[in-house]
Design a protein around this ligand. Structure first.
Ligand code: M6R
Length: 615
């Protein structure tokens, strides 16, 4: 989840590295670092706890030497091994400080290697796993060529890594090594960029080489050579990168999260337009024949965090609209369960970033077992798009706040449409039914935004200031409103740091009821299904009978439930399956206001990163 950035070419590159790092700060932001080979072939390095601004200030104090360098590497960190501190910040060095290493990933056998290296006299400074790479490479280089030293290094380290290395002994080379963590080269005119994500250099070149898994590149001013882990030269294709830098400003919004909450209406409209156009063009990117769809016997969704919640919600779409048994899995659990393969199963890997390590490994596991996969992701240049059998791009646009808002909405809206599309191919519904579903989505887009507007003033002036006092919450839902409750709870936890336990409402009497008191508000999400609604009324009664405090997200005319609420938000009635979509904006806004009063760093919550590329 860290990010690495490098450059080798004719340009003085300090600013290129800093700019690339600041674009990738979404991957980690607790510390950062820079190392370069100076014009007199000396390694110069600066690192700092904190973000790019701190690093930048420290670099300003460096002599001109650094400013003139044309070969450099940089890093932003999300701590895995060792706290956030100057010494744990990357780069890490060998004993002589002639080698500098930056790393994204985890060296799993670092403890074993460290002990061995210490026994032969290596001196370690940090608590990180990465530092072993610098010391091991120091040993490997002693009696070997550069290529052989790299091959020996990768034969000894285990885990996942995107490594960038510079060394005084090979002052012309930038070394890039990849196993399981993404790494790509940007090919310019007589210059090469390298980064964890194309965003780092997307304005400098549109020619990109995605390093294959288990490969390394030697990058000089003359160009680059790529080798596999057997030492054979390989020629991965140069691809055109179609990514453009998003309009990343916050505009008049205080935070990216707030801006992204307000972009959701547009996301749903764009989703409908995009899918309509894709359908007319044949939905080729999914890489599924009508025959395959017709014969589907099972659909799986695999994802993490918010993307897992989107899958849990979409289970109901696929089962009720497309009439296909569907199951959602957490990627981190799915990978270790027994895999039952079936030729008529389709698995959607859902991921905003398209890089989440557990989801990507689940995708790879399925590919090895010849299971059909489709990546539903927001990032066209992601590993999942390249590795899945087919893909579908969500229409959220670049999401910058760590807490996912508009990407979730894009996923749910797309899967709703896909359920109708599959149902149509299976002959279950008419074309008009798809058109109606699209209209429902457009209505949901309006309701999502109008609901925020309707309650905005009350939330800011009265409701959020009141609920900010509570330390614990219980969130409840049933049927499709349960996975939505999970998503709402995740938002409150991650941006406000408030503890929430979330249950299917029917489980209340099996234990959590013991927690009900005046100090633990219960947030209950209603349903438009009559049977479910009645059961939810019963659950709300159970809470009130124990003098509990109820915040209810209800629908118009649900009088019995509304009357039980201490605080209530009321939504217009729509198709019951779209309830999560219309409620999501208001819930996010409510949570956002609580986090604002608590003065949380909303766009970058503590301990988290936008893209979780470690397992
Ligand atoms: O990029 P992905 O959708 O694969 O990310 C999955 C989760 O890490 C992500 O949804 C996370 O839970 C968000 N912080 C939620 O707001």
């Amino acid at each position: 989840m860290c990010s690495v950035v490098g450059y080798n070419g004719p340009r003085v590159c300090k600013d290129i590295i800093l700019e690339g790092l600041s674009r990738l700060e979404y991957r980690g932001y607790d510390s950062s670092g820079f190392a370069c080979i100076s014009p007199i072939s000396k390694l110069v390095s600066v690192k700092s706890q904190g973000g790019i601004e701190q690093l930048s200030s420290k670099l300003e104090l460096q002599p001109d030497l650094v400013l003139d360098s044309t070969l450099a590497i940089g890093h932003t960190r999300w701590a895995t091994h060792g706290v956030s501190s100057d010494s744990n910040a990357h780069p890490h060095y060998d004993c002589q400080k002639t080698i500098a290493v930056v790393h994204n990933g985890i060296i799993e056998n670092f403890a074993f290697l460290k002990e061995k290296l210490q026994l032969v006299g290596h001196h370690f400074i940090s608590q990180t796993d990465t530092e072993v790479v610098a010391h091991l490479f120091e040993d490997e280089l002693k009696n070997s060529t550069l290529e052989k030293a790299i091959l020996s290094l990768v034969s000894k380290i285990q885990g996942a890594y995107a490594l960038l290395i510079v060394s005084e002994r090979y002052p012309d080379y930038l070394i890039a090594i990849r196993k399981s963590s993404p790494l790509c080269l940007g090919i310019g005119k007589n210059e090469t960029f390298v980064a964890s994500d194309v965003y780092a250099f997307t304005d400098k070149t549109n020619q990109v080489v995605f390093l294959p898994d288990e490969s390394f590149a030697l990058i000089s001013k003359a160009g680059y050579h790529v080798y596999n882990f057997f030492g054979e030269r390989i020629f991965p294709p140069v691809q055109k990168n179609n990514c453009t830098l998003a309009q990343v400003g916050k505009g008049n919004y205080a935070h990216y999260m707030l801006k992204e909450i307000y972009e959701q209406k547009r996301v749903i409209i764009d989703t409908v337009n995009f899918l309509r156009a894709s359908k007319a063009a044949g939905m080729h990117e999914l890489n599924l024949t009508y025959e395959t769809i017709n014969e589907l016997q099972k659909i799986n969704f695999v994802g993490c965090g918010t993307s897992w919640h989107a899958g849990l919600i979409a289970e109901y779409f696929m089962q009720e609209v497309a009439q296909i048994p569907t199951q959602s899995f957490l990627a981190s659990e799915f990978r270790y369960k027994k895999l039952f393969t079936h030729p008529r199963t389709l698995t959607f890997i859902i991921s905003q970033s398209g890089e989440t390590a557990d989801s990507l490994e689940a995708l790879r596991l399925l590919s090895v077992s010849k299971q059909t996969t489709v990546a539903l992701t927001n990032v066209a240049s992601s590993s999942m798009v390249r590795e899945a059998d087919g893909f579908l791009l969500t229409q959220a646009g670049q999401e910058i706040a760590v807490a996912s808002t508009k990407a979730f909405t894009g996923q749910v809206a797309a899967l709703y449409w896909i359920a109708y599309w599959i149902a149509h191919i299976k002959g279950l519904i008419t074309t008009q039914a798809i058109t109606r579903a699209e209209e429902e989505l457009l209505v949901a887009a309006e309701v999502l935004e109008n609901s925020i507007e309707r309650y905005k003033f009350d939330i800011i002036s009265r409701i959020a200031p009141h609920y900010v006092q509570y330390k614990n919450f219980i969130f409840l839902g049933r049927h499709i409103s349960f996975p939505f409750a999970l998503e709402a709870a995740l938002k409150l936890k991650e941006i406000a740091y408030v503890f929430v336990d979330c249950y299917p409402a029917g489980e209340l009497k099996h234990g959590p009821l013991a927690l009900i008191d005046q100090q633990t508000p219960v947030v209950l999400f209603s349903s438009l299904d009559e049977t479910i609604y009645k059961k939810l009324c019963g659950n709300a009664q159970e809470v009130k009978a124990r003098s509990g405090h109820l915040i209810i997200f209800a629908f118009e005319h649900q009088k019995d439930l509304i009357d039980l609420a201490d605080t209530v938000f009321i939504f217009p009635k729509i198709n019951s399956l779209l309830a999560p979509l219309i409620m999501t904006g208001l819930v996010q806004f409510f949570v956002y206001q609580i986090a604002t009063i608590l003065e949380r760093p909303i766009d970058r919550p503590r301990n988290l990163a936008k893209s979780v590329t470690v397992e």
